[in-house]
Design a protein around this ligand. Sequence first.
Ligand code: ADP
Ligand code: MG
Length: 403
Amino acid sequence: MSNGSLRTLDRLGDVNGTRVFVRVDFNVPLADGSVADDSRIRATIPTIRELLDGGAALILASHLGRPKGAPKQELRMAPVAVALQEALGGAAPVRGVGMPAEPSTMEAVEGMGAGEIVLLENLRFDPGEETNEPAFAGALADLADGYVDDAFGAAHRAHASVSALPELMLASGREAVAGRLLAHEVEVLGRLREGPDRPYVAILGGAKVSDKLGVIDALIDRVDTLLIGGAMAFTLLAAGGGSVGRSLVESDRLDDVRAAQTKADSQGVAIVLPSDVVAAAEATDDAGVTIVPASAIPDDLIGLDIGPETVERFAQILVDAKTILWNGPMGMFELEPFAEGTRGVARAVASVGAFSVVGGGDSIAAVRRLGLEGSFDHLSTGGGASLEFLEGRSLPGITILEG
Ligand code: ADP
Ligand code: MG
């Protein structure tokens, strides 16, 4: 669980004339065959530049989507190579190549000069990536003299490129270290995990309470107050006897959320649920909406956002916070009638002086859509990885880089 002992780029020493494998998280959203949001690419540019400036040749690799172990035309890395080239602003040529063991890949890698980049094809086109297969890791290891992991978003998975590969590198006397992005994530999230300034308030939302029971449980041990919005609030409201209409309720989780509530009570942690919600008969972008009490939603309506009174109550609590963690939108923010709760909470976080961290793919998309990314101290690039890290679990992709 320690994070002071992460080996970083400094440990690599002089990289001039060497070939460095960099595991990046270029699992970016695509639309119409191009990269729709290049934030994850831009986040790793400092690591790439530092290595290039040092005179290394770079082999970059990532997964993209869920091809399930076989090539899929729409999940090829070609558009990512274009976006990377743009993000680098011509600082280095980027060449897209195939899978590691292909002769053409080997040839391209062997012909690389200092300051050049090749981008491997989607790692998950090979079934060995997700099964952490030594043979696949071996093919990756054959390409480089050293290994850098900058893919925080993939650190919670024991996959070949983040687990077996660095193990192999170390076993063969080569370095395996964390890139700047990964090290920064571990530092910032480590601060939330180990010594947050108090009061520490966490805001949880999003779709499924079942995805986040582990986080809720771990956060109860760490925070002073837990504000809960999003669809997950309805499972808690229903567990407390509320009428939630046709809102999303995971009825097989009622006992779990009751147990969480009991634990919170015994530790003096307040779980604050919505008092009013924005409800509609259907989730559409021209839905007629009404504001109703959160525990008395009419039978024919769905709760799709937290209401104005709840936004105000959450904002009041956030005013005093010194540390804020936010994961999960407050409502179905993709549709304008249900975006106001997320917007209001984002503004409330932005307006207080607390150290604020946002994690989660959809939460960050929401913050960007609202143009509020500058208002947070840290936007974590990890979704599942951030949450597992905050739960206090050890992540295979990080453990191997420690010591
Ligand atoms: P993150 O990716 O930030 O971890 P999640 O994936 O858990 O967040 O949840 C995001 C999704 O939750 C969004 O697509 C949003 O529309 C949905 N959501 C939030 N509130 C509601 C609600 N009240 N009813 C239905 N869906 C909701
Ligand atoms: Mg999500």
